[in-house]
Write a protein of this length. Structure first.
Length: 644
């Protein structure tokens, strides 16, 4: 069992106990009412007498899978993750993340089953513990509580497995990892951006704290820098930080520019670490990273990498204000186990606002479906969203939706993006058909040149997907592994082409020894991927599916000569309105994805489906009309644009 320790509530110093007790009263009321239903004050007082404090250090296990279930816990401060291991050969799988106020371990108490998962502290965490005898006395004395708990457990067991959506971080640490970065200004700007948001109808409460604030609270200069083995100082600082956390929606801790004791305390108290770096400097690891983040000595679950049990790390790459496009991002990412990276231009308020929205779980994600030339309508929808002042923080898509999403993630003005699309797709990029179609009907060489030139024009040269200003992902199908592949970094031109390469119509793309092709075969409208993205709270989707399936009034498919004769007639007089071979192959590859469209639409908060029934998947020459159709549809859905 990992090192954690428990002690009675009343054993804390009086002032600290009273502060904790005030915070705990409200927390217990909410947590226990959620778990057991309404409790009488006398029952709550009796229950509180049975509770004890439990402190768990960052990276330690509170409980392990298979152990007897001898207690339940309520998280008072900190963050924990539950991991499930299917068998000895499989690595632990993250199944739940728990923050302040959540109940842990009650199922084992009620069912007498062993622990179903292991629970690990992401950061130094404080909980209250209710052991099994006290728990059973509570159930015996309150039939109402017993019935409420039974309903809650049955409901939990009946829930279908869902993706893990991390709780919004509360304690955010800004850790400088480059010399000369102005972390003080960054914290002040981020605090203002967070305070401009709203939660539950009120302004967000933000509390920035650095070593100086700790010294002032303790009324002793240098107190924050007391050695880590000073248990009394550690306890006093932790109690004070816990109290600050209870009063705020976000506690912003500013670490030092070196691996000092205060910096170490910050990393152990963090829900998330924002690693602030100067993008113009070499991407070498900072001493704070090597000494405090990468050198932790043990991890409680076999097969779990340190990054999985520590606080989430997010890289903030700061660029000079005049930077046209980022570059070299891959070198920074290769050296550190970050969950995400975000680019910041100095003095660019929009970039800092995006960081704030994502930290607060209020980011807006835009998902763009595949659909050949119909995907040019994405640009019209995007133009309408901008006119309505809707800021997009994360973009993702499949096939042509991936290309359009990359153009948007470059954060360029709409007229420039439309000009890039016009140059790229105005010359029929899929018109080079193979005379001998051994692997595909279309050679794909023209598309390769078109995508390569578009990336060069947009980024100023060859680029990695990670170099886009906004977070981006696209979906490809991995033919080698027979699976869906989420692409978030790598050579941009090649991987966009992979997401576009419709099997049978276009040749697959070879990347790192594996064949990749169009992501629409698995996930043509990847809303579920966006739902799992860190910080995204609202999802907008642009779906290109045709909701009115065409029916045919003839019994058999005609022979080739009958089809040739029919194609020679004027369009209005044709009888056999069957798709051409290329269009048929392009559509049939996404049939599985189309069967998931209804579920994907239900996961969007704002859904667009432009009426493009008469637009073919290869009609690139209609770019202007298709873009305008997307715009007109979006304006109809959104209503009149607000005045600037």
């Amino acid at each position: 069992m990992a090192l954690c320790f428990a002690f009675p509530l009343q054993s804390l110093p009086t002032a600290a106990f009273l502060a904790r007790q005030q915070d705990l009263d409200a927390l217990l009321q909410d947590s226990l009412q959620t778990l057991l239903g309404p409790l009488q004050p006398a029952a709550l007082a009796t229950l509180r007498e049975q509770l004890s404090w439990v402190e768990v250090a960052a990276g330690e296990a509170l409980m392990r899978q298979g152990e007897p279930g001898d207690a339940m816990y309520i998280s008072v401060s900190g963050r924990l993750r539950a991991y499930l291991q299917e068998d000895a050969a499989s690595p632990p799988r993250l199944v739940r993340e728990m923050a302040r106020g959540q109940v842990i371990g009650e199922l084992s108490l009620f069912t007498d089953e062993p622990r179903s998962a292991s629970v690990v502290a992401v950061r130094d965490s404080v909980l209250v513990r209710l052991d099994k005898p006290a728990f059973q006395r509570l159930l015996a004395s309150s039939p109402q509580a017993s019935m409420a708990l039974t309903r809650q457990i049955i409901g939990r067991l009946q829930q279908a497995p869902a993706h893990v959506r991390p709780a919004t971080p509360v304690v955010i640490v800004v850790l400088p990892i480059s010399a000369g970065v102005d972390a003080v200004a960054l914290v002040a700007g981020l605090a203002r951006a967070l305070a401009a948001l709203r939660v539950d109808g009120r302004p967000v409460r933000v509390q920035p704290v650095g070593a100086a604030e700790v010294d002032a609270a303790m009324q002793q200069p240098g107190y924050a820098q007391r050695p880590l083995d000073d248990a009394e100082a550690g306890r006093r600082i932790a109690l004070w930080l816990d109290h600050q956390e209870a009063q705020a929606d976000f506690l912003l801790l500013l670490a030092d520019a070196a691996p000092t004791p205060w910096t170490a305390r910050c990393t152990r108290h963090a829900d998330e670490l924002l690693l602030l770096a100067d993008a113009t400097q070499p991407p070498a690891l900072h001493p704070s990273e090597t000494e405090l983040l990468l050198a932790r000595r043990h991890w409680p679950l076999a097969g779990t990498p340190p990054a999985a049990t520590g606080p989430t790390q997010v890289l903030l790459l700061q660029h000079p204000a005049a930077t046209a496009m980022p570059s070299g991002t891959a070198a920074w990412l290769a050296r550190r186990p970050v969950a995400e990276h975000l680019h910041l231009r100095q003095g660019h308020a929009g970039d800092l606002a995006r960081v704030a929205r994502l930290q607060a779980g209020q980011g807006v994600g835009l998902v763009l479906a595949g659909g050949g030339a119909r995907g040019l309508a994405h640009l019209g929808v995007w133009r309408a969203l901008r006119e309505h002042g809707i800021e997009i923080d994360v973009v993702g898509g499949t096939s042509i939706g991936a290309v359009m999403a990359a153009l948007m993630a470059a954060d360029q003005p709409p007229d420039r993006v439309l000009a890039l699309a016009r140059r790229a797709f105005g010359s029929n990029p899929t018109g080079d058909f193979n005379l001998v179609p051994l692997l595909s009907l279309i050679k794909g060489q023209r598309l390769q040149r078109v995508i390569g030139q578009a990336v060069h024009d947009m980024m100023g040269g060859p680029a990695d997907i990670a170099d886009l200003w906004k977070p981006f992902y696209c979906v490809a199908a991995n033919y080698t592994q027979a699976c869906e592949q989420i692409v978030q970094h790598g050579p941009m031109a090649k991987l966009l082409r992979a997401s576009l390469s419709i099997p049978g119509a276009l040749p697959p793309v070879l990347h790192e020894g594996e064949l990749l092709c169009d992501g629409g075969t698995f996930n043509n409208f990847p809303v579920d991927v966006m739902q799992r993205r860190r910080g995204v709270g609202r999802v907008i989707g642009v779906d290109l599916s045709v909701n009115k399936p065409r029916r045919y009034d003839f019994d058999d498919v005609p022979g080739p000569w009958a089809l040739v004769r029919d194609r020679l007639r004027p369009r209005a007089q044709r009888r056999y309105r069957l798709p051409g071979l290329a269009a048929y192959l392009m559509n049939v590859t996404i049939l599985y994805s189309q069967s998931r469209q209804r579920q994907a639409r239900a996961m969007t908060d704002l859904h667009f489906n432009p009426p493009l029934e008469r637009v073919g998947m290869l009609q690139w020459n209609r770019l202007e009309q298709i873009e305008q159709q997307g715009y007109d549809h979006a304006m109809k859905v959104l209503g009149p644009a607000r005045a600037p």
